[in-house]
Design a protein around this ligand. Structure first.
Ligand code: PRP
Ligand code: URA
Length: 209
């Protein structure tokens, strides 16, 4: 069964509070999402495998660590996931970036896919799928389906705010996928918004309504 990790680092929690605040404007919201994405990327890459290489320092020869293992791929779920990409790339700039475009039908809340583009070597990469919100879980489950259908075998899901309904949906549909979140909120409301949440992440990132 996939594991759920809640990042309780004080900096992440502090910044998330201002992301939630409805008085936070677009510019600051965008900057904070970017910063939290960087901090989360630091935590999520904690278990990347290392190998020893030889290095010559100004003083002597040494064995030192370098990253080993599979290459990484970042996949934002459009559109709100885009707001987290640059923050992650600050730490892992060589990662390739795929895109999955989905939106929730406002009536049914079911995801509708409109775009998919992934790196060509899908099987050889460890993917981090990113979206600020995990609400019903429909979008994340569909995006993971989409990645797996194209050959992805290693996927982590990372989001800012989740609720139990969304976590359960991923666990049930994709028990091999670990979930990394900054906060696990109480519930979904009747309109499919996370409570207390932060509102519509895409609209707040891009100033639309
Ligand atoms: C939001 C959010 C997730 C989805 C989560 O996107 O960014 O992708 O809703 O909801 P779910 O877990 O119930 O599927 P939205 O559909 O509003 O599209 P946008 O990113 O284009 O604003
Ligand atoms: N999508 C959002 O952007 N916010 C929510 O609370 C739920 C889905």
């Amino acid at each position: 069964m996939g594991k759920v990790y809640v990042f309780d680092h004080p900096l992440i929690q502090h910044k998330l509070t201002f992301i939630r605040d409805k008085e936070t404007g677009t510019k600051e919201f965008r900057e904070l999402v970017d910063e939290v994405a960087t901090l989360m990327a630091f935590e999520i890459t904690r278990d990347l495998p290392l190998e020893d290489i030889d290095v010559e320092t100004p003083v002597s020869n040494a064995k030192a660590k370098t990253l080993a293992g599979k290459k990484l791929g970042i996949v934002p779920i459009l559109r709100a996931g885009l707001g987290m990409v640059d923050g992650i790339l600050k730490l892992i700039p060589a990662a390739k970036v795929g895109h999955v475009g989905l939106y929730r039908d406002p009536e049914t809340l079911k995801p509708i896919e409109y775009y998919v583009k992934l790196p060509s070597d899908v099987e050889e990469r460890d993917f981090i799928l990113v979206d600020p919100m995990l609400a019903t879980g429909g979008s994340a489950v569909e995006a993971i389906n989409s990645l797996k259908k194209r050959g992805a075998v290693s996927i982590k899901f990372m989001c800012l705010v989740a609720c139990p309904e969304g976590v359960d949906a991923i666990k049930e549909a994709h028990p091999d996928v670990d979930i990394f979140i900054a906060a696990l909120d109480e519930k979904l409301n009747e309109k499919g918004y996370i409570v207390p949440g932060l509102g519509d992440a895409g609209d707040r990132l891009y100033g639309t309504k």
